[in-house]
Design a protein around this ligand. Structure first.
Ligand code: OGA
Ligand code: MN
Length: 296
C-alpha cells in the first residue's frame, strides 16, 4: 500500500493520504501502517472520510477495546461520545448556559482524554459531522516534545511522581455544579505516573491535563502551580497546531503523548462531532503508570 504522510505540526501531527478508515477496518497491512504513523506522529488527520458511527467504531476497535461514554454524557452507555450544541429533542441549538455549552467550554481547557478513568485512554478518534463556518477548531500540543524541553532535573523528579486526576476538578473551573453527583460517584479521583513511556519507541511524555489537581508529596497549591507551569511550557506559542475542521475530517490523537483543546465558535452556529475512545492496555505502556496497581 502506498500511503503519503505529511507532517503539518511542529514535530508532530501528520495528515495521511492514500489510506482511510475503511482500509484500516478491513486490512491488516493498512492497520499496521497507520499504527506505526500513530506511534510516530501522535496525531493523525484523515480528510474526506465517508464516516458513519459504525465505520468509526470498526476503525477504532483495531487499536484496542473501546470505552463506553461516561455517566450522564450524551451517548452514555454507547461507544460514541457526542459533542454537539444541537438539542436532540427540538433539533434547534441549545440555549446559552445549557450543559452542552458548558461542556464545550470545559473542553476548551488543555487536557488529555480520560486520565480520570481506570483504565485511561490510549487514543481518541474524533469525526466532524457538522462544522461552523468559523471557529470551532481543535488545537494540539505534544507532551512528548515538551518532555524533551524540560530541564533534566525536572525530568528526573517527574519520572517517579504521581499525579491525581478528577473529572469534577476540570468541570469545576467552568461551573461549580457541572459534574453531577452521579458523574462524581462514577469517576472518583485516580492517580497515574506523570511520565508515560511509549513501549514501541521508548519516547517519554508528560502526562497531565486540566483534570490534574494534586501530586503526591506536594501541597495542592504547589502541585497546581507546577501543573500550570508544565501546561504553559507544553502549549507555548510555536509548539501547538490548530486544525480547522471540514465535515468528513477524522483526527486520531494519542492521549499518552499530547494535550488538546477545543476553540470557541459562534453560539448561533451548529457544531456536531462524534468521538470514539480507545482504552489503554499494558501493551500501550499502562503497566508502568501505576506499578502498585499492576502488581496488585
Ligand atoms: C474531545 C475534545 C475538542 C473539540 O473530543 O475530546 O476535547 O474541539 N474535543 O471538539
Ligand atoms: Mn478531549
Amino acid at each position: 500500500m502506498g500511503i503519503e504522510v505529511e507532517q503539518l505540526g511542529p514535530g508532530f501531527f501528520a495528515e495521511l493520504r492514500g489510506v482511510g478508515l475503511k482500509d484500516v477496518a478491513e486490512r491488516d497491512d493498512a492497520y499496521a501502517l497507520v499504527r506505526a504513523a500513530f506511534e510516530e506522529h501522535s496525531v493523525l488527520l484523515f480528510r474526506d472520510q465517508p464516516v458513519t458511527d459504525e465505520l468509526q467504531a470498526a476503525y477504532s476497535k483495531r487499536f484496542g477495546p473501546l470505552e463506553t461514554a461516561k455517566a450522564a454524557s450524551l451517548g452514555e452507555g454507547t461507544p460514541y461520545s457526542i459533542l454537539t450544541n444541537i438539542d436532540r429533542a427540538t433539533g434547534g441549538l441549545v440555549p446559552p448556559g445549557h450543559k452542552e455549552e458548558l461542556r464545550a467550554k470545559a473542553n476548551q481547557l488543555w487536557h488529555t482524554d480520560s486520565c480520570f478513568k481506570i483504565p485511561p485512554a490510549l487514543a481518541s478518534v474524533l469525526s466532524a459531522r457538522i462544522v461552523p463556518p468559523s471557529g470551532g477548531e481543535t488545537e494540539f500540543a505534544s507532551t512528548r516534545l515538551a518532555w524533551d524541553r524540560l530541564p533534566a532535573s525536572l525530568r528526573v523528579k517527574l519520572e517517579h511522581a504521581y499525579a491525581w486526576h478528577d473529572y469534577a476538578h476540570s468541570r469545576g473551573k467552568i461551573a461549580p455544579q457541572l459534574a453531577s453527583e452521579r458523574e462524581k460517584a462514577a469517576m472518583p479521583p485516580v492517580s497515574w505516573r506523570m511520565r508515560w513511556r511509549n513501549p514501541e519507541n521508548g519516547r517519554d511524555a508528560l502526562y497531565i491535563a486540566s483534570h490534574t489537581f494534586a501530586i503526591d508529596s506536594m501541597t495542592d497549591d504547589a502541585a497546581q502551580a507546577l501543573i500550570a507551569e508544565l501546561t504553559a511550557l507544553a502549549t507555548a506559542e510555536g509548539h501547538t497546531y490548530q486544525h480547522r475542521w471540514r465535515a468528513g475530517d477524522v483526527i486520531m490523537w494519542d492521549n499518552r503523548a499530547g494535550l488538546h483543546r477545543g476553540r470557541p465558535w459562534p453560539a448561533d452556529k451548529p457544531r456536531h462531532m462524534v468521538r470514539t475512545t480507545i482504552t489503554a492496555t499494558d501493551a500501550d505502556g499502562l503497566a508502568e503508570m501505576w506499578p502498585a496497581r499492576a502488581a496488585a
